[in-house]
Design a protein around this ligand. Structure first.
Ligand SMILES: [Zn+2]
Length: 318
């Protein structure tokens, strides 16, 4: 499991405020209940001293210790019974003043004996989905609802194989990793299948960023002009660190020396760190070679598996 620092700290902060809120709400209920049943306050005070009483009893020596402790326990039990009865008489449930947790397993701590609770895992996944850049698409686009109805003849066979191929890619990640280059015109399902991969990886706890080339290079550009000495991490560092980067619409960005060197740096850094990239483009190899320098094209055609998307623009057919 590898979530970005941002994701983890945001979720842990949310857990912190959840615990604070739990306490505040419990305190409010206590105020409410004490106002209606003043006697309960003295019972609670007495109950809160139980620990001290037991400590005191044990300091008195071993002789008759068990008896003394049993006596305290009896008194404690009686107080609790009294307390419950008073609550019920006044129309409250017996657990009215207990802490209420969203997760009873870990009591909203996020960990049980140092092991991450399911609720924290789910929260991390949800946060990761929100920050992946896939947004709403993730709700509707998956492998299961990718329709081959709009493909015909040989295209249908190619696309059906491709879907299975990418499904395997997603299921084997991160044990098996590869860089992919999605090539094909618009409306052939590149976005849908990219989203499907992002979704299944995020659900496995991998960090995925899905962003257009234009936006990624804009972030690099912003970093260039930001004050580097303010101690903040560059915005673009997330693109270097996530488990999978899906860079969409390569070739639609305004291509400058700067974006070309960013692209090379991005590909190179990630490849060195063994962090895969899925690049998606409408350009075919001739155009790629024309737009990008040899250093980039040799990386693209040497280190990426090329996946050709076939068919007629689905959006037009629909
Ligand atoms: Zn939990």
């Amino acid at each position: 499991m590898s979530y970005s620092k941002d994701t983890v700290s945001q979720v842990l902060n949310e857990f912190n405020s959840k615990r604070k809120r739990n306490e505040e709400e419990r305190d409010e209920r206590l105020v409410n209940v004490y106002a209606k049943i003043p006697e309960l306050k003295s019972i609670d005070r007495a109950l809160s001293l139980t620990g001290l009483q037991i400590l005191g009893a044990s300091l008195e020596g071993k002789d008759g210790l068990e008896e003394r402790i049993n006596k305290i326990k009896e008194e404690n039990k009686a107080l609790n019974e009294k307390r419950n009865a008073l609550l019920l008489e006044n129309g409250f449930s017996t657990d009215y003043t207990d802490m209420k947790f969203e997760c009873d397993e870990c009591k909203d701590q996020g960990y049980i004996n140092g092991i991450m609770c399911q609720c924290l895992k789910r929260a991390l996944i949800t946060k990761q989905l929100e920050s992946s850049g896939v947004g709403e698409l993730i709700l509707t686009q998956s492998f299961d609802n990718f329709s081959l109805d709009f493909y015909q003849g040989e295209d249908k066979k190619i696309m059906s194989d491709l879907v299975e191929d990418l499904r395997t890619y997603a299921s084997e990640f991160p044990e098996k990793k590869a860089n992919l280059l999605f090539v094909g015109g618009t409306g052939l399902g590149k976005t849908h299948l990219s989203t499907a991969i992002a979704k299944s990886l995020i659900e496995k706890g991998q960090s995925v960023i899905y962003e257009t080339a234009t936006n990624v290079f804009a972030d690099f550009e912003n970093d260039r002009f930001r004050d580097r000495y303010n101690g903040e991490e560059p915005i673009s560092s997330k693109y270097m660190e996530c488990d999978l980067l899906i860079l969409d619409d390569l070739g639609t960005e305004v291509i400058t020396n700067f974006t070309v060197s960013c692209l090379y740096n991005l590909i190179n850094t990630r490849l060195n760190k063994k962090l895969p990239i899925i690049l998606s483009t409408n350009l075919y190899s001739k155009e790629i070679r024309k737009l990008y320098n040899d250093r980039i094209t040799s990386r693209l055609f040497g280190d990426f598996e090329i996946k050709l998307f076939k068919g007629t623009d689905i959006r037009k057919l629909k």
